[in-house]
Design a protein around this ligand. Structure first.
Ligand code: BGC
Length: 750
């Protein structure tokens, strides 16, 4: 009955998988790999042996199923979106239906007419919750929606460390600290894969700027690499066990990330023994050599110069340049992850109803917990619901909340509330629009204060906004900084004269509150004249409501910065982003110009693993707002710190809510010195909900690698015996309670 209603092969393939699940215990004799009692490794091996050569190569490359690309043949059964790798019906191998998904299931250029999805807040908003349970929930929401839309691979799990605060994609990433980013990314992956959808962590590695992303060479010493960016991925991969890892566009120490023996073979598959498959970023494969150097699958192959992992790879095998065993390893890894995550055994969910209200509620919780209260002089916030007059200014607050652009762009709810083209040229211009999700902060503010005269100024003319704000009880200025994949922020200021706007409104009204909707830290030249500042990031499907909840105190803010806000760009290790002004290849470029652009440039990483707060500590700089910082409408106190040593550090302490309101605190435990040598590293944290007057005891045990140095020569983590100093604090610079303990010498595998 069901079979007769099948519309296309996409459903047919998945139904085969469903049949497999039903027959799990008694796999048909001709499909022994469908025996669920066997391990994923055993099943993959059995199936791999049954593949013909053509079937095997078919698994090694995919397309971007969007009609946008003239030379792409899009099979009817592909689901339009980011990626598609054909399945093998003869053997019941489902196709890989891939969707972008860091912040929700995407629908690029509306290829699936009218298809919407839950938009989660930005990665940095999630990072600011410091709440692994919310990361899991977000991953599960996106995974479930993806499954119900027919996808079985999420290209979600963006997690590069935010080493460069002007990076146009930081809004997709989580934090500047390896532990925070790694834990949250790992939980997001778990959430997704528990929905039986493969998750991908990306962009491996050091894809920390967009300027010249296809040509930039990120250079870094191995120790700093291992202790920073790589450690973040290592944590995420250990915790989440993603089926797939996406290698990045950039080079690392002279070799493209997707063609990088050190990164893919030695570290990822060697030292970490990760059994999944490496997929390329779209158009990131320089040649067949990538197969030897650890890449398993060429994604969106029409974006590369050639489909390397078909005929050219076959020829390389015939010539002995690539071992046949390696090609088998490539296909086996793909199949292994499909078995491990459950793609073969899970009944098809395509077409099942999606509960977008539940998704929006989840998104709202992330936004509520991720909003960071940066300043609140004289307790101007929370606002009284009995306020009589409020002026709201700027930021398209009448329409909705800002989102970030590029492949992670989600269309949510009733569709884009506003979409403002930014212009420019180059391949990504079609994506270059500032999109506002339909959740208007202005409306939400009106709903909270029904008796108030709430007026709105679009903020184009500072003098006009100031005149309107002058006689109101309070003015709330919404300031936006839009970011997008492929473009970095030119500098750290709020663009388009918004600093002037804020200064003018603040001069007219002493009760001015600034709500920032930014994809990155920004400079705040007006800070001393503004009593209250809230960082709302890109706040997702219900961002407007979440912002109003915080402004009016229905939610007590508990977000903590996952990235340092510098006081000036002079504090960064590069005054300007590497390659500043670099213009990528254009359609009309001559071969000479193309060759010149192709040479690229270097982005050195002198900070090594001293990213963000560690850099500030090393340099003695005082940031505008430190990592881990965020205010509350109540207050907290720490006491009774006890630290024990031995193999690792365990710290326990009391957190007390000393104020009059219920709230959540995020006390953080830092290593501050080893045998007298200063060192600042986050060892752990806890998010604690406390009623007024309540005390809870918190215990944090450090992952031993956070006490260690990576010994490059010996190729292992080395812990030196000594006295280790530890502090508990409300941020990386507010380190109150301090204690120390003796730690034993030790060594750990890489
Ligand atoms: C991005 C990836 C994305 C892919 C597919 C690339 O441009 O860097 O993050 O998954 O496109 O859309």
């Amino acid at each position: 009955m069901f079979r007769r209603t099948l519309m296309n092969g996409a459903i047919a393939f998945a139904v085969v998988a469903l049949a497999g699940a039903v027959q799990a215990q008694t796999a048909p004799a001709d499909r022994p790999w469908m025996n669920t009692k066997l391990s994923a490794d055993e099943r993959a091996k059995l199936l791999d042996q049954a593949l013909t050569d053509d079937e095997r190569y078919g698994l090694l490359h995919g397309i971007m199923p969007i009609p946008f690309f003239p030379n792409a043949k899009i099979p009817e059964e592909a689901i339009p979106g980011a990626g598609y790798v054909a399945g093998i019906p003869r053997l019941g191998v489902p196709a890989l239906y891939e969707t972008d998904a860091s912040l929700g299931v995407t629908n690029p250029m509306n290829v699936r007419k009218g298809d919407i999805a839950t938009a989660l807040p930005s990665g940095l908003a999630l990072g600011a919750t410091w709440n692994p349970a919310l990361a899991y929930m977000g991953g599960a929401v996106v995974g479930e929606e993806a499954a119900k839309k027919g996808f079985n691979v999420l290209l979600g799990g963006g997690m590069n460390l935010t080493a460069e605060p002007r990076n146009g994609r930081n809004f997709e990433y989580l934090a500047e600290d390896p532990l925070l980013a790694g834990v949250l990314a790992g939980e997001a992956v778990r959430g997704t894969q528990d929905q039986k959808v493969i998750s991908t962590v990306k962009h491996f590695a050091l894809n920390d700027q967009e300027t010249g992303r296809n040509v930039v060479d990120a250079t870094i010493g191995e120790q700093g690499f291992r202790q920073g960016e790589l450690l973040a991925f290592q944590f995420a991969i250990e915790k989440g066990k993603p089926g797939s890892v996406m290698c990045a566009y950039n080079k690392i120490n002279g070799h493209y990330a997707c063609d990088n023996d050190f990164l893919l073979n030695k570290v990822l598959k060697g030292d970490w023994a990760w059994p999944g498959w490496v997929m390329s970023d779209w158009g990131a494969v320089p040649g067949v050599s990538a197969a030897v150097n650890g890449l398993d699958q060429q994604s969106g192959a029409q974006l590369d110069r050639q489909v390397w992992f078909d005929k050219p790879l076959k020829e390389a095998v015939a010539k002995g340049e690539v071992q046949q065993a390696r090609v088998n390893d490539m296909s086996r890894r793909i199949l292994r992850s499909m078995f491990a995550v459950g793609v073969f055994d899970t009944p098809l969910r395509k077409g099942q109803a999606i509960d977008y209200d539940a998704g929006a509620a989840a998104s709202k919780t992330v936004a509520q917990q991720g909003i960071v209260l940066l300043k609140n002089d004289k307790n101007l916030l929370p606002l009284l619901k009995t306020a009589k007059s409020i002026v709201v200014v700027g930021g398209y607050a009448d329409k909705g909340v800002l989102s970030g652009g590029g492949s992670s762009q989600v269309t949510t709810g009733t569709g884009h509330a506003a979409s403002i083209p930014v212009g420019g040229d180059g391949p990504m211009v079609a994506w270059a629009s500032q999109v506002y999700h339909p959740s208007s902060p202005l409306k939400a503010i009106k709903d909270k204060a029904p008796g108030a005269n709430v007026r709105f100024s679009d903020g184009r003319y500072p003098s006009e906004a100031a005149a309107l704000a002058k006689d109101a009880e309070v003015a709330v200025v919404f300031a936006t900084q839009w970011n997008m994949e492929s473009i970095d922020a030119g500098d750290m200021s709020l663009p388009q004269g918004q600093d002037q706007l804020i200064a003018a409104v603040a001069a007219a009204n002493p009760n001015t509150i600034v709500v920032l909707e930014t994809g990155n830290p920004v400079l705040m030249p007006w800070l001393t004249s503004v009593p209250a500042v809230v960082e709302a990031w890109y706040s997702g499907a219900k961002g407007g409501e979440a912002i109003a909840d915080v402004l009016f105190g229905d939610v007590n803010p508990s977000g903590r910065l996952p990235i340092t806000f510098p006081a000036s760009e002079d504090q960064l290790h590069d005054r300007q982003i590497a390659g500043f002004g670099y213009v990528g290849p254009g359609f009309g470029d001559s071969p000479e110009v193309l060759a010149e652009k192709g040479k690229g440039f270097e982005a050195s990483h002198p900070e090594g693993s001293d990213i963000g707060y560690r850099w500030y500590a090393r340099k003695g700089f005082r940031p505008l707002f430190p990592f881990g910082y965020g205010l509350s409408y109540t207050s907290f106190k720490y006491g009774g710190l006890k630290v024990s040593g031995g193999d690792t550090i365990t710290a326990s302490f009391d957190v007390t809510n000393t104020g009059a309101k219920a709230g959540a605190d995020v006390p953080q435990v830092y290593l501050t010195a080893r045998s007298g040598a200063p060192e600042l590293r986050l060892l752990g944290w806890n998010r604690v909900e406390l009623a007024p007057g309540e005390t809870k005891r918190v215990t944090v045990t450090a992952d031993r690698r956070l006490l260690a140095d990576f010994d490059v020569k010996a190729r292992k983590w080395r812990i030196d015996a000594g006295t280790y100093d530890v502090a508990v604090g409300a941020s990386a610079t507010a380190l109150d309670a301090k204690a120390s303990a003796k730690v034993k010498a030790g060594a750990l595998k890489p």
